[in-house]
Design a protein around this ligand. Structure first.
Ligand SMILES: Nc1ncnc2c1ncn2[C@@H]1O[C@H](COP(=O)(O)OP(=O)(O)OP(=O)(O)O)[C@@H](O)[C@H]1O
Ligand SMILES: [Mg+2]
Length: 292
């Protein structure tokens, strides 16, 4: 599963440097190791057989690029994991074990994981490049129809059930990790990538985060389970709680648990009951209503 790609054209420690074969990624090698803060691959950079085409986005665990597998001529998505993730041996081993399982699942609603690689100490994963939009992007335009909630909800639940049956817990079920494909099906991404210490330390002093950073951290916090918010051990039930929050948002058009700071979000997760979604839209069956 894990491939070690040796950088053939340029030595470690290079910065802003490309070999003639363009097989050295620019700007991420710093003093013999790579620095996540400066990772930035440019079109044409190579990671073994994979050639970077363009950036697709970035999240808490790294940067994502569209790339071409030069051996098979197919398009893939490559996620470069942060140095922090790569350096955490226990975390990395757990991820690799789970990646191996996920790559064998062959489930229609789980994003295919093709490969896991390491080049010059930089950990990356190679996955199916999903065309479409994330559920987070879709939710930015409001709630979904009841038919869509049921269809997507059943597909996400089926993907999670398949992973859980193999002992893999996602740990970060949220709209940004769910894609709606051009065929109008969903794909769940990023199994096993959430770090245990992604949960912010409630005793830490308040810090001012850059807006995008604050948004993405809060975006993750909003879908956490109570046991995650408390920093406790997790099992498959954490995914079910998060799925419930996602289903609520798809239906109500607003987050089940929301707030401007982690303290407010966690307080809501631990102590509050969301307003019934039926209060925000009249086409929902009323809770407790019996037909006829
Ligand atoms: N397999 C993929 N195919 C196509 N685009 C992808 C793929 N994976 C990620 N992306 C794009 O890259 C963006 C960043 O993904 P990433 O997983 O790094 O961030 P995130 O989901 O917002 O946060 P987190 O790090 O918590 O998962 C996504 O929003 C999406 O646009
Ligand atoms: Mg993600």
């Amino acid at each position: 599963m894990r491939t070690n790609f040796v950088s053939a054209g340029a030595p470690l420690g290079c910065r802003e440097r490309r070999g003639p074969n363009r097989n050295c990624c620019s700007r991420y090698f710093v003093s013999g190791g790579y620095n996540a803060a400066t990772v930035a691959l440019t079109p044409g950079d190579r990671l073994g057989p994979y050639e970077i085409v363009e950036p697709l986005g970035a999240g808490g665990m790294g940067e994502v690029y569209r790339a071409r597998d030069t051996r098979l001529g197919r398009t893939v998505a490559i996620k470069i994991l942060t140095a922090e993730f790569s350096a955490d041996e226990a975390q990395r081993l757990r991820f690799e074990r789970e990646a191996r399982i996920i790559s064998h699942l062959n489930h229609p609603h789980i994003c295919v994981l093709h490969d896991v690689g390491n080049q010059d100490g930089m950990e990356f994963l190679v996955m199916e490049c999903v065309e479409g939009q994330t559920l987070a992007q879709r939710l930015g335009r409001g709630s979904l129809s009841i038919e869509q909630v049921l269809k997507y909800g059943a597909q996400i639940a089926d993907a999670l059930a398949a992973a859980h049956a193999q002992g893999v817990v996602h740990r970060d079920v949220k709209p940004a990790n769910i894609f709606i494909t051009l065929r109008d099906d969903v794909k769940v991404l990023d199994f096993g990538l959430a770090k245990r210490d992604d949960v912010p330390d409630p005793s830490a002093p308040t810090v001012t985060l850059a807006l995008s950073e604050a948004g993405s951290v809060l975006g993750t916090a909003a879908y956490m389970s109570p046991e995650q918010a408390r920093g406790e051990a997790l099992d498959a039930r954490t995914d079910l709680f998060s799925l419930g929050s996602v289903l609520y948002e798809m239906t109500a058009g607003r987050r089940a648990f929301d707030g401007r700071t982690h303290a407010v979000v966690f307080n809501a997760i631990l102590n509050a009951t969301p307003t019934p979604a039926s209060e925000f839209r009249k086409d929902l069956p009323q809770v407790g209503a019996h037909p006829g």
